[in-house]
Design a protein around this ligand. Sequence first.
Ligand SMILES: Cc1ncc(COP(=O)(O)O)c(C=O)c1O
Length: 368
Amino acid sequence: MIPIARPQMGTEEKERVWEAMASGSLAQGPRVRAFEEAFADFIGAGHAVATSSGTTALHLALLGYGIGPGDEVITVPFTFIASANSILYTGARPVFVDIHEGTFTLDTHLVESAITPRTKAILPVSLYGLPAPMPAITEIAERHGLAVVEDAAQAHGAAIGERRSGTWGAGTFSFYPTKNMTTGEGGMVTTDDAALAERVRLLREHGMKVRYHHDVVGYNFRMTDLAAAIGLAQLPKLPGYNQRRRAIAGRYDRELRGVLTPTVPAGVTHVYHQYTIRVRERDAFAERLTERGVGSAIYYPIPVHRQKPFVALGYGNETYPVTERLTEQVLSIPVHPSLTDDEVATVIGAVNEVAAALGPIQPEVSRP
Ligand SMILES: Cc1ncc(COP(=O)(O)O)c(C=O)c1O
């Protein structure tokens, strides 16, 4: 079976972890600092603060902007639940806005009508490795005095023009094993705002700048040096991984038939955390791919506003037509960098065969 993800661990990762273990620095230490500096440099952001996960990175970025009870944060319902949960953790209320049909990211045309006097931030998600429309979002946010937190958990190295995800307002990343690069578990907040970075650092460590002197109620959301050691070995490999993902995606774009393939706006660098197609009869489609030895996955089978905890909070009656339609149609196929050319050919053959058998999907008419 060709799996949907295959994390890569080489000798560099093993050696660096051994070094960290031998050094006795196991929790947050010099490797975390070195990884932060290298990641900030790679992204092109002034500051990077490592955290225990992408979820805690989101939580801290929002807290760093002072978001709390009584506030509203605009985000999308078509995402991993952490994007919205992080808003709930602060005591604020997520306000959902639908996504754009072509790109799976926040539809900027719908944002302004969702802004109320309580709105404090916009939290777009750069889903599947395609940056959300950050320039337009930033322009709206600036006009209304709102913070911007880009959930770039899936977008390491993605860019709009020359500007990478994670350089608008605050960006947050995840280093979960299936991501474009990993530290096992881990996350990062990136920003050019020195004061925000400082607050995130403080909150990450129990509000403590001077040992055992606590200025605010904080958390233990630290990354370990063992995780940072893996990150330091992975980061130099990320451009090559992304290049391979993009090459595989290029073949899919050219050779897949009878399915809808991703739309990438001009000048945007998609890093294909997922290559997500839209298909007819999705469950049967996935089953038939499995029969042909091709793994696939649905990201995500239920939109956030219809997940049980959100329904319990009174969400779930609103409808987001694009999200709901795409939820029924999306299917991610393997695009990880360790796929061989033969495996890529097998995926293409299987998808085309199944699409021919089940019938092609027709695109909905949508805004450009
Ligand atoms: C869009 C999105 N946001 C947030 C997260 C949370 O990251 P983590 O799993 O590292 O907490 C993830 C990763 O799973 C994600 O895909």
